[in-house]
Design a protein. Structure first.
Length: 57
């Protein structure tokens, strides 16, 4: 599954990654690459939660 991810710097110098198609699925990292790695983990967890609650098949 492919999802759009937006990575933006925040005011503290870190980077925030967000997946707009999954509301509330947000992560961060010290670098853009770290933020992308972290959001991949967050997306997997988000989808696992949806499956466990019967909201996604």
């Amino acid at each position: 599954m492919k999802s759009r991810v937006i990575v933006q710097p925040d005011e503290d110098g870190a980077f925030v990654a967000e997946c707009p198609t999954l509301p509330g699925c947000i992560s961060q990292g010290a670098t853009p690459q770290e933020a992308l790695t972290n959001i991949q983990d967050a997306i997997r967890g988000y989808l696992t939660s949806l499956k466990q609650h019967g909201e996604w098949v």
